[in-house]
Ligand binder design. Structure first.
Ligand code: ATP
Ligand code: MG
Ligand code: FE
Length: 345
């Protein structure tokens, strides 16, 4: 069956076609530049951009895949979690499409879709898999026993998302939004051991209650303080060392807890996704620690780590292949859809 996937939960309008585990066309229009001067995603701006971009993006995905909408066997759309107004644009369009084509509609969970993106690069996901999702809006550690029906959240951030921390630290260092790529570039010239920044929720006491949770707001504050002290003393801020040391703190905690989760649950596969996965140091440290722990690491190409329609189509395709019932045509745009709910009713 041919599945069309539609994503509009944040600032990317994504449309793609998938058959089985094969990606046939994948178009993303991002409004990231419109948010740059605000230093973060502005929900109203994102919603309007989706309205303007969705139909042209569907057209381009049809051209790229060589398929017509009439060829589609099922429609998949991100039902949540995400920005309510942004989600609504994709959900309303998907409903209209499913109704007009008289094809089943699958509302899918954005987080499970991120995990599922990997099947497009590496084939069927081993089950169980531990999945680490790190993006601008999310930081979750998941135990995936069945990607279509059994996803359990082991932990998540109790404050800022990892990508959000990159964006905030970039601002402190005078680097543009989104900060991740700029921090990475600056860090390339820096010494990751120059400054020992705190590792959130890793003390023995914190681990009792927050074994697989994350916290990045204390780290951000530590960086701000460190930079301000330098400035107050009239000394230059070693941007490269701060960027490298900050990145090290983030990558250290993320990979350490992910490997601990694999050990705890006896899982031999770790999958990493989300925009922060673009970070080369994070990927290298994950690989190093997976090798040491005998865990195999799966990381899709960067384009599939950030928000896109391909991952939504990939999850829709899994649901169809596994014979799950479609969602109702009045499925909601659910801004706080729980991780455990892979498919909208
Ligand atoms: P969502 O959270 O819903 O997935 P998002 O748009 O915030 O949405 P992504 O598009 O997946 O998330 O990722 C964007 C985030 O990734 C930003 O916070 C950005 O700073 C961060 N990022 C991008 N490239 C890098 C990098 N090389 N190193 C570190 N962080 C990065
Ligand atoms: Mg984005
Ligand atoms: Fe996302």
């Amino acid at each position: 069956p041919l599945i069309i996937g539609i994503e509009s939960s944040c600032d990317e309008t994504g449309v793609a076609f998938v058959r089985g585990n094969t990606l046939l066309g994948d178009v993303v229009a991002s409004s990231v530049e419109q948010h740059a001067r605000f230093g973060g995603v502005v929900p109203e701006v994102a919603s309007r951009a989706h309205l303007e971009e969705l139909i042209p993006t569907i057209r381009r995905a049809c051209e790229e895949s060589g398929h017509r909408l009439a060829d589609v066997d099922a429609v998949a759309v991100t039902s949540g979690p995400g920005l309510a107004g942004a989600l609504m644009v994709g959900v309303a369009s998907a409903k209209a499409l499913a109704w007009a084509l008289d094809k089943p509609l699958y509302g899918v969970n954005h987080l499970a879709a991120h995990v599922c993106a990997d099947v497009l690069d590496h084939g069927p996901l081993p089950e169980p898999t531990v999945a680490l999702l790190v993006s601008g809006g999310h930081t979750n550690l998941l135990l995936v026993r069945d990607i279509a029906s059994d996803v359990v959240e082991l932990g998540s951030t109790i404050d800022d998302a990892a990508g959000e921390a990159f964006d905030k630290v970039a601002r402190v260092l005078g680097l543009p939004y989104p900060g991740g790529p700029h921090i990475e570039r600056a860090a390339a010239e820096g010494d990751a051991t120059a400054i020992r920044f705190p590792r959130g929720l890793t003390s023995r006491k914190d681990l009792e209650r927050h074994r697989f949770d994350f916290s990045f707001s204390g780290l951000k504050t530590a960086v701000v303080r460190w930079v301000q002290e330098r400035e107050r003393a009239g000394e230059p801020v070693p941007v490269a060392d701060v960027a490298a040391s900050f990145t090290e703190a983030v990558a250290d905690v993320l990979t350490r807890k992910a490997i601990d989760a694999c050990r705890e649950y006896g899982v031999g596969d770790l999958q990493i996704g989300g925009g922060v996965t673009a970070n080369a140091r994070l990927r290298a440290l994950a690989q190093e620690r997976c090798d040491a722990a005998g865990v195999s690491l799966r990381v899709p190409r960067v384009r599939l780590c950030t928000d896109n329609g391909a991952m939504v189509a990939a999850l829709g395709s899994q649901l169809v292949q596994r014979g799950l019932a479609p969602s109702s045509l009045d499925l909601p745009a659910d801004s706080s859809m729980p991780v455990s709910q892979v498919k909208a009713d």
